[in-house]
Design a protein around this ligand. Sequence first.
Ligand SMILES: *Cc1c(COP(=O)(O)O)cnc(C)c1O
Length: 526
Amino acid sequence: MTMQNVGRPTRPQAATQSGHTSLTGARGLLQDEALIFELGGWDKTGVDLAPGDHDASDLGDLVRAAPIGLPGLSEPEAVRHYVRLSQKNHAIDLALYPLGSCTMKHNPRLNEKMARLAGFADLHPLAPQSTVQGALALMDRLAHWLKTLTGMPAVALSPKAGAHGELCGLLAIRAAHEANGQGHRRTVLVPTSAHGTNPATAAFVGYSVVEIAQTDDGRVDITDLAAKLSPDVAAIMVTNPNTCGLFERDVIEIGRLTHEAGAYFYCDGANFNAIVGRVRPGDLGVDAMHINLHKTFSTPHGGGGPGAGPVVLSAALAPFAPAPWVVAGEGGFKLVEETTDEAAQGFGRMSAFHGQMGMFVRAYAYMLSHGSDGLRQVAEDAVLNANYIKAKLSPVMTPAFPDGPCMHEALFDDTWLEGTDITTLDFAKAMIDEGFHPMTMYFPLVVHGAMLIEPTETESKLELDRFCDALTALAQAAKGGDVERFKGAPYLAPLRRLDETQAARKPRLTWRPDDKGVSPAPLAAE
Ligand SMILES: *Cc1c(COP(=O)(O)O)cnc(C)c1O
């Protein structure tokens, strides 16, 4: 892979397998796209500003001495640049997005419409509370349904992602231990299949992490857990359903053993989509669990928008919840902001204001439009779809845990690729040529060459069949020895196979004018 002088990989030598390339790098009606800094000059602007009637001396020392260095594009040029870039990206609105553990479901347009209502979208977080009663009421209703769906008595809405929610949960756990004279507890137990954010969060809070082994059928090894639960353990962090796509069938016993040892049970709720409306984590003995609104409750994620990771808390942890939260009183709703009175034991704050308001609106709209029967069906259909994929692909790929059904994601290993000289990565790249975003690869780490496929409930049978047919055809090509199809893939993407190690180790995230030998024009004032 060669790089051009701004650190981007060069265009493929052969853009298609037939070897035909365009003279410009464009494909069909899709033009090749330069960086915005390489486009246009420095002398243009998309807005028509009247000449100011102040002279520069009004600004004193603050007069700009050097060129500002922003690209100059007209409005149509700027629009086309971003639309062309968007066409090079995959999106849930284009096709199935089977990233396991990410729950890439359709974002209903109704949610977007509600979030754009001026009464929500145009609020300032410091607006007087008497003027934003509707927004506070919405937060209160959202909190109510999150508590109801999880069977937990309290919720902190402010964490801004799943990982931020983990941090919130562990800070509440640490505060509770300290309040109970148990501040000496220094260890957090995490299963080997955990998402990387779990051990990272525990370490960030200052705990040391000890791994719990896994059984042959992909669950927490209860014997190993019991052996490691000591008076030094502050908490366990368990994902349920776990990252192998399996329900922890001993979850009640996990909670019981944990509490018996004086520790708290943190549940990573990223996979709540598989059980929402069917199982209440509070009934399983969970003390704290984050809910990724951007997974289970369909708010956009990835490049599509900010996340939101509210954390539900058990009665034992509720007093330690971070501010703020909404309370309903005689004069209407108010936010408890100070760590005094009602919030005396709270551990502090997770963010400057109350969290991602736009995501709260979307998640609440999703809940209301589904109703309790609809949310239950979300979980049922998510599980049904994953089992359909597992059943349809098992003849050609090897399921990591063949016995019994899976929950909302189907996990395959790379045993079926043995002897083909093709790796999980090669296979995933070839999927791009077939129009499908790859599944999650090499995670969870406990499964060799893992391929974790999560279809979500929003995919129809037609779409699932198209996906399974494409993967079956690819699997047959792999077994038939068509190695080139995989090693060189993707052939048909705007850029070919990228050097992912280089990209991770030596990312070039800035552009300087001399990268391209272009200098910004001097300021008009000079
Ligand atoms: C997505 C995910 C997380 C982290 O959530 P973010 O919102 O991405 O921070 C944690 N654990 C699991 C199992 C996940 O799938």
